[in-house]
Design a protein around this ligand. Structure first.
Ligand code: ASP
Length: 420
């Protein structure tokens, strides 16, 4: 079953715009509660539906993809390329963020009075998030945690890295046992994979309504009262994100593949819109996989490896956001940052973005790691929470686009990108 691509895109876009209009009206005329009570659940249902598919889809498609790679060395090559791409683009993203925040200085120019009030305005929400960040495990814990002690528990808790690890091992082992035994298993999971893809097709039919509900709720709740300071900060983050997408991904596609940049951005649009409205690259994963395979011509075995991994560890948008935020908060507190501190930001924001889950608002929790490493008070997080949701939506778009661009680049360098 083929989805009419443009038509779906247009419908989602209309949903988004109508949602924004309703949100503004609700906020202005005081019926936000109505929107939050009666319309938001439609959006929540959409997110739940799409999240429902993530675990079985990732497991089945990764297992089938790996098992179909007759040459295991190829998997190693794809793995190295994918990780190298993710690491490079993340570092570039943070550098763009730092460059912009240092030149445009969004956190400066505050009067002493405003600064004192702002830095004191710790909310409960901020306290909870700061507390969560303080409990962050060490690097060794994070690495050890990739190995599930009980795969069933990993499925139940949707631990993506553990599921990826288990699926990869299972797929590899399937290639090592006699075909007579492996075939029924592979056939079964091919069936599961097909069913999940079909489910995504169906869920996407209600995407325009889901997007409408989600956007109207955010705008109604959030309101249009943005402090000038936060506006400046948001503009710097968004400008950085746009620059990263336009320059880095376009360049990567142009340099490493023969795909037209227009084809790439048109193909990935539905996933971008879903990422924008859900604020979650994990929840968007089924759509990203669908777009990347069908519209960008990346073979399944590469999609099913690069994309689930990317949705878990590759967060260029989040890394850029953390870079800008760290400098911004330091500026608000009147602290100058040395070159060494800025380099520390590059390092810690790379690690923090890898550790960020692809769920809404996860990046602001791991931002605490970055702030702590350069001695900026964690309370600064309270200042940016007001615009967190909208920036989360924007950076999720970049996170998802980065994953898809990686899949295209890896497929092209393997000589396996189908022309579209
Ligand atoms: N919401 C982002 C994502 O899912 C992660 C973040 O909070 O930065 O991609």
């Amino acid at each position: 079953m083929k989805l009419p691509r443009l038509q779906l895109y247009t419908k989602i876009l209309i949903g988004l715009l109508l949602g924004a209009v309703l949100g503004i009206l609700a906020n202005r005329w005081g019926f936000s509660d109505f929107v939050l009570t009666y319309i938001r659940p439609v959006g929540s249902a959409f997110i739940r539906l799409i999240s429902m598919v993530v675990v079985p889809l990732v497991f089945a498609s990764l297992l089938v993809g790996t098992a179909s790679l007759s040459d295991i060395r190829k998997l190693g090559r794809i793995g190295v390329k994918t990780l190298a791409y993710y690491l490079c683009t993340t570092t570039i993203a943070i550098s763009i963020g730092l460059l912009l925040a240092n030149t445009l200085r969004p956190g400066t120019g505050l009067s002493q009075d405003v600064r004192t009030r702002l830095t004191k305005s710790g909310t409960q929400d901020a306290d909870a998030r700061i507390e969560a960040a303080r409990k962050k495990p060490t690097v060794t814990d994070v690495l050890l945690n990739i190995i599930p002690t009980n795969p069933v528990k990993a499925f139940v808790e949707a631990k993506m890295l553990q599921i990826i690890f288990f699926a990869l091992l299972t797929g590899i082992c399937l290639t090592l046992i006699p075909t007579k035994r492996s075939e029924p298993v592979i056939n079964f999971f091919e069936g599961v994979n097909g069913v999940m893809i079909q489910m995504v097709h169906i869920i996407m039919k209600i995407a325009p309504y889901g997007v409408f509900a989600l956007v109207s709720a955010v705008v109604a709740d959030f309101g249009l009262e943005i402090l000038f300071l936060l506006l400046k900060y948001s503009i710097v983050v968004i400008a950085g994100l746009v620059l990263h997408v336009v320059i880095v991904y376009s360049l990567a596609i142009k340099l490493f593949s023969r795909q037209k940049i227009k084809t790439f951005f048109r193909g990935i649009r539905p996933a971008q819109l879903i990422a924008f409205s859900t604020g979650s690259s994990s929840a968007t994963l089924p759509v990203t996989m669908e777009c990347t395979e069908r519209d960008l011509g990346v073979p399944r075995e590469i999609c099913s490896f690069a994309l689930p991994l990317g949705a878990t560890v590759n967060m260029d948008g989040t890394a850029l956001y953390q870079g800008v935020s760290a400098v911004f908060i330091a500026q608000v507190f009147g602290m100058g940052l040395t070159v060494a501190q800025q380099l520390t930001i590059v390092l810690t924001a790379t690690l923090a973005s890898i550790g960020t889950a692809g769920t809404p608002g996860a990046g602001v929790i791991t931002l605490a790691i970055v702030l702590k490493s350069i001695g900026v008070p964690l309370e600064g997080i309270a200042i940016i929470l007001g615009v967190e949701r909208i920036l989360d939506m924007c950076r999720s778009v970049v996170n998802v686009t980065g994953d898809a661009s990686c899949a295209v680049v890896v497929a092209a360098t393997e000589g396996e990108l189908k022309s579209r």
